[in-house]
Design a protein around this ligand. Sequence first.
Ligand code: NAP
Ligand code: MG
Length: 477
Amino acid sequence: MTKMFINGQSVNALSGKVLDVLSPVDGQKFEEIPRGEKADVDLAVNAANKALDSAWGKTTALERGRLLMKLGEKVLEHHAELAALEARDTGKPMTTAKTDITVLARYFEFYGSAADKIHGLVLPFLDGYTVNVLREPLGVTAHIIPWNYPAQMLGRSIAPALAMGNAVVVKPAEDACLTPIRVAELARDVGFPDGAINIVTGLGEEAGAALSEHPGINFISFTGSNEVGVLIQKAAAKNVIKCVLELGGKSPHVVFGDADLDRAVPIITRGIIANTGQTCTAGSRLIVQKSIYPEIMDRLAKQFAQIKVGTPDMDLDCGPVVNIAQRDRVAYFLKEAEKSGIEMVAQGVLSPGLPKEGYYVTPTLLGNVPANHRCAQEEIFGPVLAAMSFDTEAEGIALANGTDFGLMAAVWTENGGRQQRVSKAIKAGQVYINAFGAGGGVELPFGGVKRSGHGREKGFLALEELSTTKTVINYHG
Ligand code: NAP
Ligand code: MG
């Protein structure tokens, strides 16, 4: 039994209820976590509020920075343990899990070193006045994070919040709680005071809903589905608090006839199969100029045929997806493609002998997908790449912008003018030119436009999101 973490203590749910933790490798139960509910959320929010009124609220920016840096170091000391836990819980190949833990540490390092470098302003005003704009924490910040990158999402969400002096309450996804809990324990070990970091496990509609609706919180950061994102924004509206929503995407690669395909093809492949396609920024649409469509599809087909799927320990290109719902979702979209007569250009290979009850899916390259087909419009959240073609630059841009989403995109061309025109015309929070980094850098402001959400995470902008200002106008004559 892994306990959750409230007010510096490892605790069970007040009700004593538990949830089973299933392994994506074979569908078997291997652990239990507390099924926290409203009463547990109350405890966590109260603990966070108390922390703000005591030791944690009195820390200086320098002290918070040091604590975060120490936590980054501690995560690196426990790198192997945390990577193994992350792989076990989510089914990720070990190499991916190791990278995720390195990035987790990086979030604590980045925001640890930034904590004392964000500051207020002194404004010019009328004679006899001094005006200071102070930067202040929001208070208690709620963080509802998904199961695809539990470690990275934890770091991305809470590191800037802690740097700014907020106290955090985290609701991890029920399918991926183990690493966040362990990190909270490590935070206690390096000296974070009681109540600064709280983790409540449980179901989304119970613990998650109770947290998002809690009158004692001052901000919500949410990453996940559109449907729940709308509920979160409604809950935030009721308490008149700010929320940052990161709701996924259908990110396009726009590839022009002059693109360097030797560089593009492996990056495009990686951009959809990484983490078995369960990435909000997965490059899931391939939009190719007609002149090179046959060539790029031929090259991609060869790559897809080589993709291998196995257990985390086998450490191949893809692991299983996180749960049965996700496995069924990928299967459903592949069936939809088949029903519509969409061409399956190539598929990866499941390793022989994988447990039948495991959540394995086959990476698939779909060709000539109609732009309005569900496989070209909806977030499948699996290793499925939908390819289509265009003639003119304007058509390529229209296809790229032709979904409800706007999270990330890539433009592939050697033409400098076109690089600028197309990247400016694409509606997205991040655009890569001749590159693609799913998730894309701790330092780089990140977030969506359109239905992909609003607000910015990562980089210095996250520190602004997670704080507010107070303007102090002093007349002194
Ligand atoms: P989800 O339901 O939106 O889950 C995201 C987070 O919200 C989890 O922590 C979840 O907890 C919590 N939650 C669920 N219902 C809630 C509620 N009523 N109030 C407050 N919190 C709530 O996503 P999902 O069902 O796991 O995945 C479905 C689809 O969402 C995926 O196929 C994918 O398309 C998309 N998704 C996107 C991202 C992304 O990075 N943008 C991440 C994950 C999923 P529980 O998990 O414990 O219910
Ligand atoms: Mg799990």
